[in-house]
Design a binder for this molecule. Structure first.
Ligand SMILES: Cc1ncc(COP(=O)(O)O)c(C=O)c1O
Length: 404
């Protein structure tokens, strides 16, 4: 019996057509999401299928999530097996799968950041990191980026400089000072005696993919150390191998004090993590932070299988190799004026607005993304199992869409 039939036996009949699926979602969901006009119902590796059976190369990776590819067999097997053992128990008890995961994550982390706090999402990971920074430094203010994005809950939203996301809830509770990405001088000016942390995405995504020079990261490290503030890298998008190394700071020889992760952490299952410097973690006391679902056995089974796949299959290496060749090929496409990024985090800058191109690409079977901050940029965040042939098929597809 196939998975869909087994699922329908458990939960009842599923709507069959895209129009019915979208109608139901539009009718019952709070209308906060702008959606592609497709209903994705199945995935495997770098591909997904819609309700009508049309196949797409998923260069958006289910929103930068599907690092080992959709429905990686090892992740699926781990979830299935754990679902039959124990779906959930909170952190009031120890658990064998959690014990495996925390060690695996600590082993993946940069040296010195071998303490982890497990949570459920990127916004929660960032809230936790900022809370830890405030507690450790006994300071209240946070320096973050004008073009940064860190999540939608009120604390993380404070660190989010992009007005489209922040303004519906402005003013936000945490006190922030916003500076442009790559501007060390502005960062130094914004930092005062009450600055607890500087938080940034090492490569912004929602704010437009760009990579600052190594000197910026070295400068941030020196500046925060000098001023007694913590450096937080939000690696919700860049972490777990996306940029060609397990964590992005490694490209620049810089280790922050805290790293936050989510999206790809659970290989498709909701999971977030904060990697914490060991002496900073030592200052956290019982009850200082908590979450019911963070580190639940089902999520931990998925994280463990995902991390094992990332390491055993050298997904960061594949991201680096395929990404380098792909970015060079994309740069040669007429209509492309530049290609930014590292590994398989790719921003393709066009000579025209990206939105209509992304719509055409969807009709041609490619799921890609845009961002508000750089309207001419196509954002590509594919699974890290992407092959050269799959990447090349997109390069050809983009060339033909841009030429038509
Ligand atoms: C860099 C970054 N940080 C944080 C978040 C928030 O993550 P979540 O949606 O899991 O709360 C996102 C989501 O897009 C993100 O891109």
């Amino acid at each position: 019996m196939d998975a869909k039939t087994r699922l329908e036996r458990a939960i009842g009949p599923l709507p069959k057509h895209t129009s019915d699926i979208m109608l139901a979602e539009d009718r019952w969901q709070v209308p906060t999401y702008s959606k592609f006009p497709v209903a994705i119902v199945r995935g495997e590796g770098s591909f997904v299928w819609d309700a009508e059976g049309k196949k797409y190369l998923d260069l958006y990776g289910g929103h930068a999530v599907a690092l080992p590819g959709h429905c990686h067999p090892r992740v699926v097997a781990a979830i299935q097996a754990q679902a039959e053992r124990l779906l959930f128990y909170s952190n009031v008890v120890a658990n064998d799968v959690r014990a495996v995961v925390v060690k695996a994550l600590a082993d993946l982390a940069p040296a010195g950041l071998r303490r982890v706090f497990l949570c459920n999402s990127g916004t929660e990971a960032n809230e936790t990191a900022l809370k830890i920074a405030r507690k450790f430094t006994h300071r209240m203010r946070i320096v973050s980026l004008v073009d940064g994005f860190h999540g939608r809950t009120l604390g993380a939203l404070g660190a989010t400089g992009l007005p489209k996301y922040r303004d519906p809830a402005y003013p936000v509770p945490v006190q922030h000072d916003y500076v442009p990405y790559g501007d060390l001088e502005a960062t130094a000016k914004a930092m005062g005696p009450d600055t607890a942390a500087v938080i940034l995405e090492p490569i912004p995504s929602m704010g437009g993919i760009r990579v600052a020079p190594r000197a910026y990261f070295e400068g941030l490290r020196a500046l925060t150390q000098e001023r007694g503030a913590l450096l937080v890298f939000d690696e919700v998008q860049t972490g777990f191998g996306r940029t060609g190394t397990p964590f992005c700071g490694e490209h620049f020889g810089v280790t922050p004090d805290l790293i936050t992760g989510a999206k790809g952490t659970g290989g498709g299952v909701p999971a977030g993590v904060v990697f914490v410097r060991e002496d900073v973690a030592a200052t956290m006391k019982l009850g200082d932070q908590g979450t019911t679902f963070g580190g639940g056995p089902l999520a931990c089974a998925a994280i463990a299988a995902n991390v094992r796949t990332i390491v055993d299959d050298d997904l960061p290496g594949n991201a680096a190799r395929v990404g380098d060749r792909w970015r060079a090929a994309l740069a040669a496409v007429p209509g492309v004026v530049g290609v930014a990024g590292l590994g398989l985090m790719v921003g393709v800058n066009l000579d025209r607005p990206a939105k209509a191109i992304v719509t055409s690409l969807l009709a041609h079977g490619f799921i890609t993304g845009t961002c508000e901050a750089l309207p001419n940029q196509i954002r590509l965040l594919p699974p890290l199992v992407l092959t050269d042939a799959q990447a090349a098929s997109f390069t050809t597809g983009l060339a033909s869409v841009l030429a038509s």
